[in-house]
Design a protein around this ligand. Structure first.
Ligand code: SAM
Length: 279
């Protein structure tokens, strides 16, 4: 099964936040797959990650922990490049989906991915590492306490290790609301979603200032940052032909790391490192 073939019969109808205020994606897999990965924005996100990750990370076949791995695309990306991947995900529905899809991907080595059904908060017990490489993409904004999550990720990281962190950008959310005419919403800064029903507006959008602060609090260094989808959401005329889509991708690649453009990327992608302990 491919992420695009998710059947509605697999849905679980539980739309509640957890006690910690997190939004697990049980009941959302189909919508998430349709509205992101079957749409041009998901395609662009994957193309940008494919372009950026080899330049932003030092990849040498090290083991990877993918936290909140969702439908499994990032785990597959690393496994196809020779990394042993542990994919953790609290939603049974998302994890099952990833497992089924991975089984069908011919280029994926058998048993390249180990699956752990667990939230980030219990990984210190269930996948303690320490890990030389951790990815946590588009997860913090679905947590009640994203700041505590950065502290947890830091404890899982080996000294000298790298954390690839991607977060939903609160400043871009304000900007896109204004562009869409939701001026009151932008003015009053009521930007966060509530995590109810099948809404995919994140409950805890994050700013660059948050990441600067939370990294510093945990002794993590920001090595690099890029904006993902700097232009796409603001286009008045979305591309309609393959040539136009290629041109948009080229534009996104050209400016994703340049000031001021990266700051309004729909997502902010960071490489954070944990300094080596020196005697
Ligand atoms: C927007 S999806 C991102 C999935 C994937 N990382 C990606 O980039 O496509 C957010 C994921 O975070 C998961 N999640 C929610 N709360 C979590 C928690 N406490 N720990 C780990 N993952 C969590 C959800 O179940 C969902 O699969």
């Amino acid at each position: 099964m491919h992420p695009n073939d998710m059947s509605k019969s697999n849905l679980i109808s539980s739309y509640e936040l957890t006690q910690a205020g997190d939004r697990y994606f049980d009941g959302l897999a189909d919508k998430f797959s349709r509205s992101l990965y079957q749409a041009p924005r998901g395609e662009l996100r994957l193309a940008m990650l494919d372009y950026l990750l080899p330049t932003m990370l030092q990849l040498n076949g090290q083991k990877v922990l993918d936290v909140g791995g969702g439908l499994g695309q990032q785990a597959a990306w690393f496994a196809e490049r020779g990394h042993a991947v542990t994919m953790s995900e609290p939603s049974e529905e998302m994890l099952n989906y990833a497992k089924h899809w991975h089984r069908d991907v011919k280029s994926l080595p058998e048993e390249a991915v180990t699956y752990v059904q667990a939230p980030l908060q219990s990984l210190a017990d269930q996948a303690p590492g320490p890990w030389a490489l951790i990815t946590c993409h588009a997860v913090l904004e679905w947590l009640g306490d994203p700041r505590a999550a950065v502290a947890t990720l830091s404890t899982l990281l080996a000294s000298g290790g790298q954390l690839s962190l991607m977060v939903f950008n609160r400043d871009a959310l304000r900007f896109s609301n204004a562009v869409k005419g939701n001026l009151e919403k932008a003015l009053s800064d009521r930007l966060a979603g509530k995590g109810k029903r099948q809404r995919l507006t994140p409950i805890s959008p994050v700013t660059h200032a948050d990441i600067e602060q939370w990294s510093a609090e945990n002794g993590l260094r920001i090595e690099t940052v890029a904006g993902i989808r700097v232009f796409q959401d603001y286009l008045r005329q979305p591309p309609t032909t393959p040539v136009e889509r290629e041109t948009l991708l080229a534009l996104e690649k050209q400016y994703c790391r340049q000031d001021p453009h990266w700051r309004l990327g729909r997502y902010l992608l960071y490489t954070l490192s944990k300094p080596e302990i020196t005697e």
